[in-house]
Design a protein around this ligand. Structure first.
Ligand SMILES: C[S@@+](CC[C@H](N)C(=O)[O-])C[C@H]1O[C@@H](n2cnc3c(N)ncnc32)[C@H](O)[C@@H]1O
Length: 216
């Protein structure tokens, strides 16, 4: 069992409450918009957790489309399957390693609060770009320190967010946040290399960064 599986296996219920807290839905809506989905599209979410993005994706691809949620943690997928808003004929959950996703020729790939977990985020982003058809979009949403001066006190809470969203005993205690930031930066850099027509947006006071691009 990996660090992520044991962490998220233990905290699945609590994570689900946090992930579906009031206000979070608007972040997820903006993120789904960045994928420019159309009815009938096949969209894959890497590290889908408890499926909180799924209603936003399902709504955009419609009944003729397909939403595939991939996650390595059984307990997270169980929470997803329990909720009618996150299930349906067009929704499929797969327990698998998103670093080697068992999917091909998707129209779009989404990864929210996930890129900072991977040992080799650039390789994971490569695998995600390889999973979409040319012209398909890939979007990464991540927590980050806010550049706003007003946010300085809240930046102190960043370490807490990181511990919640990117468990990893291999990250040293002192450098947990900076190791996380290096991983997110590596993922964004690789997505930048692999895509055109990129968009970068920040929201939630600058604490969230959303990078999306079209795979060539
Ligand atoms: C912070 S949660 C994000 C969940 C969801 N994307 C969201 O926005 O709420 C990270 C998720 O990534 C999953 N995960 C971690 N490593 C993974 C891997 N190698 N393959 C697939 N899923 C993984 C965890 O099980 C967890 O559900």
């Amino acid at each position: 069992m990996t660090d992520a599986q044991s962490f998220y296996g233990r905290w699945a219920q609590v994570y689900d409450w946090l992930a579906s807290a009031p206000g979070v839905a608007s972040w997820r809506d903006r993120t789904a918009d960045a994928l420019a989905l159309a009815p009938g599209d096949n969209v894959v979410e890497m590290g889908c957790g408890t499926g909180t993005n799924v209603p936003h994706l399902r709504e955009r691809v419609g009944p003729s489309g397909r939403v595939v949620g991939i996650d390595v943690t059984r307990e997270m997928l169980e929470r997803a399957r329990e909720q009618s808003a996150r299930t349906g004929e067009s929704v499929h959950y797969v327990q698998a390693d998103a670093a080697r996703p068992p999917v091909r020729e998707a129209d779009a790939v989404l990864a929210t609060f996930v890129a900072g977990i991977f040992e080799d985020p650039a390789a994971a982003v490569d695998a995600w770009c390889d999973s979409v058809v040319p012209g398909g979009r890939v979007a990464l949403l991540n927590f980050q320190r806010s550049p706003s001066a007003l946010a300085a006190p809240l930046n102190l809470a960043f370490e807490g967010f990181v511990r919640l969203s990117a468990p990893g005993t291999r990250l040293s205690r002192r450098s947990h946040a900076s190791a996380f930031e290096r991983r997110v930066a590596a993922a964004r850099e690789r997505l930048t290399e692999r895509t055109v027509d990129r968009r970068y947006d920040t929201f939630a006071g600058g604490f969230l960064g959303l990078l999306s691009g079209t795979v060539t």
